[in-house]
Structure formats: C-alpha cells, structure tokens
Design a protein around this ligand. Structure first.
Ligand code: GRF
Length: 197
C-alpha cells in the first residue's frame, strides 16, 4: 500500500512536481493525495491540478496574524485527505510547534544547502559570498528547530568560479529534484506501518 503524502508549497512547485512525477510510478511507495499552498497565486497549484492532484490554497492572509488558526485550517485539510506524511517543498512560512508537533517524525523538508551549513534564506548568495567550494541540498525531518532536524539525504554540487546565484541555484535545483523523491522513498522504508483498522 502506498503511503498518503501531502505537499505544502508557496511558489512555483518544481520540487512538488518531481514528487508527483515520481509517485506516478506504480512501484513508488507514496501517492500524492493533496497539495496545499499558503498563497493563492502559487504557480504550483495549477501544475498540481494539471497532473491530477487536488490542490487548494489556504491563504495565511485570511487568518491575519493568527498563525495557529491558519495551521489549524491546514491540519483540517491534511486530516480530511487521510495524510500520513507531509512534505514541505518551498513552503515559505515558519511553522509553529502546533503543526510541527502534529507531524512529528512525519514531516520532511528540502533545503538548498548542505546543512548544517547555511540554514535560512538566500543560501546560494551566501555560499558565493563565503567562497565555498561546494554546495548542495538536504532533505531532513522537520523539528521545532528550523533547518536542524535529522538529515535523511544530501546531494553535493561543485561551486564554479564563474557561478552566479542563478547558475548555482539551477545546479542545486536539478539535484533537489532527484534527492527529494529518493529521500521520501528511503524514509518511508524506515517508517512503521500504520495499525490495521
Ligand atoms: C527550493 O530551492 C527548496 O529547496 C527551497 O525552496 C525552493 C522551492 O522551489 N526550500 P520549488 O517551489 O520547489 O521550485
């Protein structure tokens, strides 16, 4: 039985697409049951629908500054879809302990750096400024500490002399698209099966 995975996005959703495409293989251990975005204008919503996956916005702006109310609305959607695992894929909102707690050990994220190096935003720019020789991406389990959860898998790329932020980002992104589906499949192998109901 495939595990039921929901993906949270905020933008273009290219990692989301790579997960949906991987999951279309009958031998892949997950199916993507839902895509949610905190922004109505996320381009990834239309991409998901085009690939046959239900996709909805739960705009945080509808909840003003009440983060928890927004997360409760997300949680309702996740539960209604029978979600077992949540993948953050370019979800640009910090989560509170409420949602992280609900999905302990069952929420993954992809981050564009070799964690623990360069947590946070603007990683490609910061890598170039630091003069690092290599860069990459990390898929990790989400915990209350941002970008610090247990690492499932990393992929490395070289930083070239003539790299700009854009060329480096593109090289990393190509690796992300391979790494995320692989990491999710590996992680699922380690998860206990849900009890039979
Ligand atoms: C990716 O670089 C991901 O690592 C980061 O946000 C970006 C999302 O890109 N968390 P996309 O929306 O998946 O194309």
């Amino acid at each position: 039985m495939k595990r039921r995975v929901a993906i949270l996005i905020s933008g273009r959703g290219s990692n989301m697409r790579s997960l949906i495409e991987a999951a279309a293989d009958k031998d892949y251990p997950a199916e993507i049951v839902l895509v949610l975005s905190n922004r109505e204008d996320a381009a990834g919503l239309a991409v998901a629908r085009g690939l046959g996956v239900p996709a909805r916005a739960v705009p945080n702006k509808d909840y003003a500054a009440d983060r928890k109310a927004h997360e409760r609305a997300i949680q309702r959607e996740l539960e209604a879809a029978g979600t077992e695992i949540v993948c953050l894929a370019g979800y640009m909102r910090l989560l509170t302990d409420y949602l992280v707690g609900k999905w302990q050990g069952r929420m993954l994220n992809i981050h564009p750096s070799l964690l623990p190096l360069f947590p946070g935003l603007d990683t490609h720019k910061r890598v170039l400024e630091a003069g690092a020789g290599q860069h990459g991406c990390t898929v990790h389990v989400v915990t209350e500490k941002m970008d610090q959860g247990p690492i499932i898998l990393q992929a490395k790329v070289p930083v070239l002399n003539d790299d700009t932020e854009a060329t480096l980002a593109a090289r990393v992104l190509a690796e992300e698209h391979v790494a995320y589906p692989r990491a999710l499949a590996e992680y699922i192998k380690r998860l206990p099966r849900p009890p039979k109901s």
